[in-house]
Design a protein around this ligand. Structure first.
Ligand SMILES: C[S@@+](CC[C@H](N)C(=O)[O-])C[C@H]1O[C@@H](n2cnc3c(N)ncnc32)[C@H](O)[C@@H]1O
Length: 208
């Protein structure tokens, strides 16, 4: 998938918007973002999850490796005059990192596009303050039909026990995995249903 090309039409698909809003709703329900939290949204895309969480938290740093996606988000940030949303170009797979510790790290539908999932979990762990929360959503194991073209797709979803092991392996505790939402395709599209999990974990320690 070429995210730079997709950026301009990303928000025009109501199922993508619903998916992101359902994921944000699950994060709000399961973690409870608060006004004293600085948040990192990894693989923010056009900011569908970012902007849903923004009114509830102190700041959001929204990172992505697609200039096109970030340009769409920056446009929304400028038009809405949001001083507490900070879009940043970061490519995890090329060693990109973010300065500062976060109270909450969120990520929606991005891990399956990153080859080194274990490395990504360690990166997330390192970005969090002690006691900080992780809430990431992705597809449950799928049969390869979710994306029309699997270019840039490194994982056909994830089995929940494997997610549990990845998070524990990176150092996260208090791991729990729930169903955030489902994407349903019409009869003409094959009547498939793809469930999306939300995995929550916590970095040991006490938030400052
Ligand atoms: C499926 S989109 C999800 C976007 C957004 N979270 C949403 O829910 O609408 C995945 C996003 O991850 C970004 N991404 C993929 N690989 C990445 C990497 N190695 N580093 C940073 N961002 C990455 C893509 O550019 C894309 O915007």
């Amino acid at each position: 998938m070429d995210f730079d090309k997709e950026a301009a039409v990303w928000d025009a698909d109501p199922r993508r918007v619903k998916l992101a809003h359902d994921v944000a709703g699950a994060i709000i329900r399961e973690i409870g973002p608060a006004k004293d939290m600085d948040v990192l949204d990894f693989g923010c895309g056009t900011g569908l999850v970012t902007l849903r969480l923004q009114p509830l938290v102190r700041s959001i740093t929204a990172v992505d490796n697609s200039r096109g996606m970030l340009a769409v988000l920056q446009d929304k940030v400028t038009k809405q005059g949001l001083a507490d949303v900070h879009p940043k170009l970061v490519d995890f797979s090329r060693g990109g990192r973010v300065k500062g510790g976060f109270h909450l790290l969120v990520s929606s539908m991005t891990m399956h596009h990153v080859e080194d999932a274990a490395g990504l979990c360690r990166f997330w762990f390192d970005q969090l303050l002690p006691g900080g929360w992780l809430g990431f959503a992705d597809l449950d194991t799928e049969d390869g039909s979710f994306h029309g073209d699997n270019t840039g797709v490194f994982h056909l979803g994830f089995a929940r026990p494997a997610v549990q092991s990845l998070l524990n392996g990176a150092g996260f505790g208090e791991v729990r995995i729930t169903t955030a939402t489902a994407v349903r395709r019409t009869a003409e599209e094959g009547s498939q249903e793809y469930t999306v999990f939300l995995a929550v974990g916590r970095k040991p320690g006490k938030l400052p």
